[in-house]
Design a binder for this molecule. Sequence first.
Ligand code: ADP
Length: 239
Amino acid sequence: EDASEPLLVLDAISHRFGKVLALDNVSLKLQTGEILCIIGPNGSGKTTLFNIITGQLKPQKGCVRFAGKSISGLSPDRIAHLRIGRKFQTPSIFKDLSALDNLLVAHTAAKSIPKKDRPLQFLKAVRLHGMEDIPAGFLSHGQKQWLELGMLISQSPRLILLDEPTAGMTQAETLETVALIRALCEQTRCACLIVEHDMRFVKAINCRVLVLSAGEIIACGEYDDIRHSPSVKTAYLGT
Ligand code: ADP
């Protein structure tokens, strides 16, 4: 593995659905442990980008490299085995199992041997300390999202893709989620790509932001830089 290469490299990715150019020559680099937010209006290509990274779609043009090797064309299973995890908007937890058992299931699915104390550490990391015996179905909406983040992280990913991790959360839960994701990425050196519409989240997490519009990267930089960009205002913020 070439340590000088970024963890994830997208090189000139284009993808078309019929007449729609969903991604147009998109390139990006993500370092180990780095967090990057992806924003853009509906239909700008965010989901297509995630699907290309996780192998649900094979890029028609360009290539995806992970940890120094090309992963373009690998099956979603093989890509998941390289420790790339993804969380969708709808929580996929087992509602009748306790919070702790949900974590144990995630561990087992990842074929790692569960050490007794570690799942508890993960529960603590996702703000669910003391709730290990509660059936997951009884947790609040925000807590379910955090449990799923814990399940994802307990599989020792090197990269996670999060789709609107704070959708439906209160402002307090949203800010708590920012702190939680930051801490998880710092502690585990896991890199993180986040699609998020909530600008309070994007501002608070204070990472690099990539702006997509009609399949093209129209801006990339810190929140304060991109929010003043005229093309971003026109395309996304609508002001
Ligand atoms: P976003 O996630 O930013 O809302 P998508 O990546 O879902 O955007 O979609 C980008 C563009 O590609 C949209 O115009 C969408 O209609 C189109 N698209 C996405 N998936 C398909 C598909 N399976 N078949 C046809 N068109 C698609």
